[in-house]
Structure formats: structure tokens, C-alpha cells
Design a protein around this ligand. Structure first.
Ligand code: COI
Length: 355
């Protein structure tokens, strides 16, 4: 397909011996922190307004031992990426959507949030200031991590009296150690990621540490990651630890509807639109774990993950395998999405922001 051949073209050696690049082994980027030069930071004043933010050298920050974020987990994070185009320009992907999601999350967590414009501007400034860390075309991207946290001191359980908005970045390649190879997921039947009335639908930091136990156990047993079920019926698919999930049967693509317990992914939403444009029927609905026995394909989506195909899912010791590879639906969706993100396919939707 056009998308696949442009991807291949992008992966051919280009200008990465250039002095404008940081000294890194660009061919072996995984998903781990590689500190960059600058970060953006700003505090909010007492009236809940954020001051004018500033870039500073990337480094440790000072926090009160009684900061709200350290004691009670009053914090949110986001994830977005900058890609380098063949002509040297940088492309962001729908950063306004991350800004909107942070605003919604901030409301849930009783925090003030930066305006959409300030958020997007902070992401842009962080990407541009760290340009030499944006991988060459086809080698990866600069992962940008905005954080919003209760940085003021609290002792009793209450919203913090001061907040910090911070943005840092790291060059990354593939999220999973499998690279682009299909994932082997395990359906978790002891731990849940979120519950009704909880905060599973926002990107609070407090949703992530509780799943480490399940992830570690699954990884020790040779699985790539964990697929969570709903906590009420222990029957309906929710999401994977770091990404959303989709199933494919014939021409129909389905994904669990986000009803407060599932993170509304920006990649999820974009893939739904791309799939519809490509002629698939897309359903957001309740999906029973039993359906996994009877589908052609499964794939995951996320900002960090992009689109990752799933080769197998194991549920209660029964392993089911799925179609993967060059002719899969997930491959087609992946190359279309990443083609848009990298500037190789015309962006008719106005999703990319050139900086
Ligand atoms: C992302 O996809 O950007 C995320 O925030 C998930 C995270 C666990 C890496």
C-alpha cells in the first residue's frame, strides 16, 4: 500500500549523522527515559491561574515532603509525541486533545489546569527546545510527558494549596520490548484497573501503580501485558495497562465503550475515525471476554504504543491466537496513522501541528 511504501522510504538512512542530532544510538531506542536538555515548568498562583511558564535545564525538582502529589496522589499525566519530517520540521499530533483531557482530569482530581493554549504552547516549546533529541525520520519520536501535580503542602486529605505544571521529553522507539512483533496478552482475573465511580476515565497517576503487580506477574510468566476486565461482572473487556483494545471480525471493528472506567485514548479516537474512513464499521460497545474466542484480530492503541497487533490472548489457561502480519487490519490502520503522524500521508483532518 502507499502508506507502507512511504513508511519504508522514511526508514531509509537520511540525515542522521548530522551535527544537529544528539549523540545517541538511534537504531536501538526502546521506551526508557533518555534525559533531554530542557523542561517546561510553571506554578499556579493562589487564584488558580497559571503564571507564564519557562523552560529550564532538565533536572530534579524540589518538592515539599507533604506535597499533595506525594502523599495523596493528586496528579495527572499526559503523553504525546513529536515526529521529525524528512525536511527537518517537527510534527505534533493533536496536542489540543491532550490539553482537553488534562482539563477534564483536573476537574475530577480537584486541580486547576492550564488553558488549552498554554498546554499546547508548553508542549511546542519543550519539543523545539529539545529538537536534537527528536529521532531521525523512521527511527522513533520524541515522547512528551506533561504532568500536573498538587505541589503544595497538605497533611489532612484535601486539595493541595499550590499546583505545578511540568513538561519533559525523551526520545523513544517501540513501547514493547517485542518491538513490532505481535503481543501475547493475559486476561487478568484477580486485579482490576478501575471501578465504577472511580477515576479510570481520566489520566491520573493513581491509576497506574496499582496495575504493576498484575503486569509484573504476567511478564514473569512470559506475557507482554495484561488485559483487564470490568470489576463488577469480571466479564467485560476494559483496556490493557498502557493502551486501549480493539477486536476485528470481518469488516467490523469493535472497542469497549468508555463509560468512566476506560481511558478515552486520543489514538483510540483517531483509529476509530481512520477505520471508518477506510470503510470499516466501528462499534463502541460492551464486549464480553467470551467474544475473544471468535474474532479474527485483536490490536491495541495508545500514544506510546501507537497500534500494536496482538498475536494471542490467554484467559483461564486457554490460549487463543489471532491473525497478524502484512495483510492484517491492524497493519493497515497502523501505517495510515503513523503515516499521518510522520507527515508521509496528507493530513486531511488537521490533526498534525507543524512546529
Ligand atoms: C501513553 O500512551 O502516552 C501513556 O501515557 C501510557 C503510558 C503508560 C506509557
Amino acid at each position: 500500500s502507499r502508506a507502507a511504501s512511504s513508511l519504508q522510504q522514511a526508514c531509509e538512512p537520511s540525515t542522521y549523522s548530522d551535527d544537529n542530532y544528539a549523540d545517541l544510538d538511534w537504531d536501538n531506542l526502546g521506551f526508557r527515559l533518555l534525559p533531554t536538555d530542557f523542561m517546561y515548568m510553571v506554578k499556579c498562583s493562589k487564584d488558580g491561574k497559571f503564571e507564564k511558564g519557562q523552560l529550564s535545564r532538565y533536572g530534579n525538582i524540589e518538592l515539599s515532603p507533604s506535597a499533595g502529589v506525594l502523599n495523596y496522589g493528586q496528579g495527572l499525566f499526559e503523553g504525546t509525541k513529536a515526529y521529525r519530517k524528512q525536511d527537518g520540521g517537527l510534527l505534533l499530533f493533536r496536542p489540543d486533545q491532550n490539553a482537553i483531557r488534562m482539563k477534564i482530569g483536573a476537574d475530577r482530581m480537584c486541580m486547576p489546569s492550564p488553558s488549552i493554549d498554554q498546554f499546547v504552547d508548553a508542549v511546542k516549546q519543550t519539543a523545539v527546545a529539545n529538537k536534537r533529541w527528536v529521532p531521525p525520520p523512521g527511527k522513533g519520536s520524541l515522547y512528551i510527558r506533561p504532568l500536573l501535580m498538587g505541589s503544595g503542602p497538605v497533611l489532612g486529605l484535601a486539595p493541595a494549596p499550590e499546583y505545578t505544571f511540568l513538561v519533559y521529553a525523551s526520545p523513544v522507539g517501540n513501547y514493547f520490548k517485542e518491538g513490532l512483533a505481535p503481543l501475547n496478552l493475559h486476561v487478568e482475573d484477580e486485579y482490576h484497573r478501575a471501578s465504577r465511580g472511580g477515576a479510570g476515565g481520566v489520566k491520573t497517576i493513581s491509576n497506574y501503580a496499582p496495575v504493576l503487580k498484575a503486569i509484573t506477574r504476567a511478564k514473569n510468566r512470559g506475557f507482554s501485558d495484561v488485559l483487564y476486565l470490568d470489576s463488577v461482572n469480571k466479564k467485560y473487556l476494559e483496556e490493557v495497562s498502557s493502551c486501549n483494545i480493539f477486536i476485528v471480525k470481518g469488516n467490523v471493528i469493535s472497542t469497549p465503550a468508555t463509560m468512566g472506567t476506560i481511558l478515552p485514548g486520543i489514538t483510540r479516537k483517531s483509529i476509530i475515525e481512520i477505520a471508518q474512513d477506510l470503510g470499516y464499521e466501528v462499534e463502541e460497545r460492551v464486549i464480553s471476554v467470551d467474544e475473544l474466542a471468535n474474532v479474527d484480530e485483536v490490536f491495541c492503541t495508545g500514544s506510546a504504543v501507537v497500534v500494536a497487533s496482538v498475536g494471542s490472548i490467554t484467559y483461564q489457561d486457554k490460549r487463543i491466537e489471532y491473525r497478524t502480519g502484512a495483510h492484517s487490519v491492524s497493519r493497515k490502520l497502523h501505517s495510515t496513522l503513523i503515516g499521518i503522524q510522520m507527515g508521509l500521508i496528507e493530513d486531511k483532518k488537521g490533526w498534525t501541528v507543524e512546529i
